[in-house]
Design a protein around this ligand. Structure first.
Ligand SMILES: Cc1ncc(COP(=O)(O)O)c(C=O)c1O
Length: 388
C-alpha cells in the first residue's frame, strides 16, 4: 500500500485524544471490554470500500495543504478574515486578472451557475453524450434544454457535428458545453478542434470548457482553453480542486472567463466557500511536488491496470484522466453489482455506453483489489462475457 500520504484527521485520532487526557485506549486498561453486539457500534462500511466510482483522489490533501487548513481554524468565527489571497493566487496561476475568476463550492456549482446565467427560457445547450451531466440537468431546471450528439466510434467528440448543430439552431442555442478531457471516456479534444469550434460558431455564443481533469493530461495535442479567454473569446473554463488536489469533500472550484461573463455569473453566486478550503486551495497551488506525485502515481496505476485488462483481451479506451472505461461486453450494471460483493465500488451507467464500465484510479492496494475481483468476475478473460 502507498504510504506517501496517510489518512489524516483535522482533530487528531481518538487515541491521541485519550493520550492527551492521560488515558490509554481501553485495551491497554485491561478492562476486559467485549466487542459490541451487532447494531451497537456498526463499523463504517464506507471505510472498507475500495471507492473507484467517483473519480476521486484517494490520497486526500497533502501535508502542506493540511497544515495550511489547520492553521485556518482560528478564522472560524470571522467574516472578513485573511484568506491567503486565494483569488489573487488563482488569477496569478493562470496569468489573468482577478476580474476573470469566480470561485464556487466545487466546479459543479460553477457549471450550474453558468447554466443559470447563460441559458434563458427554452434555450439549448449543445454538447455530446455521454458526458458530465450537470450542465444539461441544470438546463432542464431553468426550462431550457440540451441538444446532445453522439460520440464518434473512436469515442472522440465530433466537433464538426457540434459546429453544424450549433449553427443550425443558432437562435435557440444559449451555450456550448465541452468536457475536456471528457468524463466518462477520458478522451481529450485536441486544441486544434477547440479552436475550430470557436472559429466556426457565432462568436456571441458562450462556450463552456470543463477542464476538471486537466492536470492528468499528457497528450501533446491537448491544451487548456485559457488562452482563448485572453484573446477575448466568450469562453468559460472551469477547474476544480476535487481531483488532483484531493479536496472533493471540502468543495472548491472556479471559473475563468471574460469579466462580463463573470459579472453575469456573480448574480447567481451565493458565496459558500469557507475559510479552510481557501487556505487549502492556496497551499495546493504551491505544492507542486505533491501534485506531481499524485499525477505520476495515478497515471502509472491507470496504465498498469488498463494494460492488464488489455492483455486479457478487453478493450480499454485510452484515457488521459484518473479513470478509464473498459468494454465489459455485457451490462455494466451487472458487473458493478458483482464488484460490490467484493467491496469494490465502480462507476455508474453512462447511456448509451451501457456495456462499458468506468473505473476510477485508487491506491495501489485498491487497484490490486479491483484486479482480484475482476479476475473472479471474468475468470476466462473476454470470453467470460459471452460477447464476440
Ligand atoms: C467533468 C467534471 N466536471 C465537474 C465536476 C465537479 O467537480 P466538483 O464539483 O467536485 O468540483 C466533476 C466531478 O466529478 C467532473 O467529472
Amino acid at each position: 500500500m502507498n504510504t506517501r500520504f496517510s489518512r489524516r484527521h483535522f482533530m487528531g485520532s481518538a487515541a491521541a485524544a485519550l493520550g492527551a487526557l492521560g488515558l490509554r485506549p481501553a485495551t491497554a486498561l485491561g478492562a476486559g471490554i467485549r466487542p459490541p453486539p451487532p447494531g451497537i457500534a456498526p463499523r463504517d462500511p464506507y471505510d472498507d470500500l475500495a471507492k473507484l466510482s467517483s473519480n476521486e483522489n484517494p490520497y486526500g490533501p497533502s501535508d502542506k495543504m493540511m497544515a495550511s487548513m489547520n492553521a485556518a481554524w482560528k478564522y472560524s468565527n470571522r467574516y472578513g478574515y485573511p484568506d491567503g489571497d486565494v483569488l489573487e493566487k488563482i488569477a496569478e496561476h493562470h496569468g489573468v486578472d482577478t476580474r476573470n475568476i469566480i470561485m464556487h463550492a466545487g466546479s459543479g456549482e460553477t457549471l450550474k451557475v453558468a447554466a443559470l446565467a447563460f441559458l434563458r427560457h427554452e434555450e439549448k445547450v449543445v454538447g455530446v453524450e455521454p458526458t458530465f451531466l450537470t450542465v444539461y440537468r441544470a438546463a432542464s431546471g431553468v426550462d431550457a434544454d440540451a441538444i446532445t450528439r453522439p460520440l464518434l466510434s473512436d469515442h472522440t467528440q465530433d466537433i464538426d457535428d457540434l459546429i453544424q448543430v450549433t449553427k443550425r439552431n443558432y437562435r435557440d442555442v444559449g451555450m456550448v458545453y465541452v468536457c475536456n478531457p471528457n468524463n466518462p471516456t477520458g478522451v481529450v479534444v485536441p486544441d486544434a478542434d477547440i479552436r475550430r469550434l470557436l472559429d466556426n460558431i457565432p462568436e456571441d455564443i458562450p462556450v463552456l470548457i470543463d477542464e476538471a481533469y486537466h492536470h492528468f493530461v499528457k497528450d501533446p495535442r491537448y491544451a487548456t482553453a485559457v488562452p482563448y479567454i485572453k484573446e477575448g473569446r466568450k469562453v468559460l473554463v472551469t477547474r476544480t480542486f476535487s481531483k488532483i488536489y484531493g479536496m472533493a469533500g471540502l468543495r472548491l472550484g472556479y471559473g475563468i472567463a471574460p469579466p462580463e461573463m463573470i459579472d453575469e455569473m456573480r448574480t447567481y453566486t451565493t458565496g459558500t466557500i469557507n475559510a479552510l478550503v481557501k487556505w487549502g486551495g492556496v497551499a495546493a497551488l504551491e505544492d507542486n511536488e505533491s501534485e506531481a506525485w499524485v499525477r505520476d502515481t495515478t497515471i502509472a496505476l491507470r496504465d498498469a491496470t488498463a494494460n492488464e485488462l488489455r492483455n486479457q483481451g478487453f478493450e480499454v479506451i485510452p484515457s488521459e484522466t484518473n479513470f478509464f472505461m473498459v468494454h465489459t461486453g455485457r451490462p455494466a450494471s451487472e458487473v458493478r453489482a458483482e464488484f460490490r460483493k467484493h467491496d469494490v465500488a465502480v462507476g455508474r451507467d453512462f447511456p448509451p455506453m451501457l456495456d462499458y464500465l468506468r473505473v476510477s484510479i485508487g491506491t495501489e492496494e485498491e487497484m490490486k483489489r479491483f484486479l482480484t475481483a475482476w479476475n473472479q468476475i471474468f475468470p476466462d478473460g473476454m470470453t467470460t462475457t459471452g460477447a464476440r
